[in-house]
Design a protein around this ligand. Structure first.
Ligand code: IMP
Ligand code: MG
Length: 174
């Protein structure tokens, strides 16, 4: 097992998620829909919705899987739906959750899909943001931590689909 340097501890993440849930509860009406982008956001989404419960929010939850599409020679940067939500978002206030905002292509695509389908509002909440990496116009309304420009793992984030189960966020030391 390679060494993993902790960047954000379980306690730091827990505290920050409580603050984020308070911010969301202040911003949104009591009832709204939460959509998590799979797979990376599953742990963050699970902790965030339980924190929202403590803030007396009334939520419905759904998930969507988006993936970057490309061939072996070059990534087209195009994002496609692999698994869609099953709820209607028309007229709904939506909180869209992702693990990390990097190029912004995933979130830009998800926001456009939800707006096209008539979502009343789309509020973006990400656990992490890597500053200076945006390739498209998008911003998170609520962000947990601004990370340094390193590849992070854990708490849902993977390297080759490993390490998602780590209860903290870390960096691989090779
Ligand atoms: P983007 O904002 O469209 O570039 O995509 C962000 C997605 O890339 C995230 O949802 C992650 O799945 C993945 N990603 C970006 N940076 C990292 C990282 O440092 N560690 C693990 N996954 C990452
Ligand atoms: Mg992801």
């Amino acid at each position: 097992m390679p060494e993993i340097k902790t960047l954000y501890t379980q306690e730091q993440i827990h505290t920050r998620i409580q603050e984020m849930s308070q911010e969301i509860a202040r911003k949104l009406p009591q009832e709204f829909m939460v959509i998590g982008l799979l797979r990376g956001s599953f742990i963050f989404a699970a902790d965030l919705v339980r924190a929202l419960y403590a803030e007396h929010c009334k939520i419905q939850m759904d998930f969507m899987t988006l993936s970057s599409y490309g061939d072996a020679l070059e990534s087209s940067g195009q994002v496609v739906i692999q698994r869609d939500i099953s709820e209607s978002v028309a007229g709904r206030d939506v909180v869209l959750i992702d693990d990390i905002l990097e190029s912004g292509r995933t979130l830009r695509t998800a926001i456009d899909i939800l707006k096209d389908r008539g979502a009343k509002t789309v509020t973006v909440a990400v656990l992490l943001e890597k500053p200076g990496k945006l390739q498209t116009k998008v911003s998170a309304d609520i962000c947990g931590f601004k990370t340094p420009d390193v590849f992070v793992i854990g708490y849902g984030l993977d390297y080759k689909n490993y390490y998602r189960e780590l209860p903290f966020i870390g960096v691989l030391c090779e």
